[in-house]
Design a protein around this ligand. Structure first.
Ligand code: DQA
Length: 144
């Protein structure tokens, strides 16, 4: 089993970006933890980060034939991108939407997600643990 893990806008700033909200771990730190869990679950993972919406759409289309599903933290594209939702539906792979912060407890504009209604599940508010919970949930779904 192979899972694509996608980080959207501004997530390569993790560790330096608003640490009181997003924590002190860098993106490579988080990816190392995801890789450890993937080994434990006996699945392969690949990572992609971009600040450019179109590049994420291209990645999803390119990766879909070789992966079984996606774990996606779209960053701010969550709240803005119909195109990302259409791409995730279009490639026809289950995905889990994850967020480090509790988006429901923040500004009103973060409460709406274009992706959540078409996701297999959503995990938010657990810091980097959200990615791990999302990966576990997705793998369990794919194996069931
Ligand atoms: C985020 C939440 C989004 O609202 C925000 O735009 C981000 C990060 C999170 O992981 O908590 O960039 O996706």
């Amino acid at each position: 089993m192979r899972i694509g893990v996608v980080h959207g806008a501004n997530l390569r700033l993790l560790g330096r970006r608003e640490p009181e909200i997003y924590g002190s771990e860098s993106l490579p730190d988080i990816e190392a933890r995801i890789r450890d869990l993937a080994d434990e679950l006996d699945v392969l993972v690949e990572f992609f980060q971009s600040n450019h919406e179109g590049e994420i759409l291209d990645y999803l289309e390119d990766a879909a034939p070789r992966v079984d599903g996606f774990v996606v933290n779209p960053g701010a594209f969550t709240h803005t991108s119909v195109a990302l939702r259409d791409a995730l539906v279009g490639v026809d792979r289950p995905f889990v939407e994850v967020h480090l912060s509790n988006t429901a407890a923040r500004e009103r504009f973060r409460r709406h997600s274009y992706l959540a209604p078409v996701a297999a599940g959503v995990v938010y508010g657990f810091g980097s643990e959200s990615y791990l919970l999302g990966l576990r949930g997705l793998v369990a779904r794919l194996r069931s």
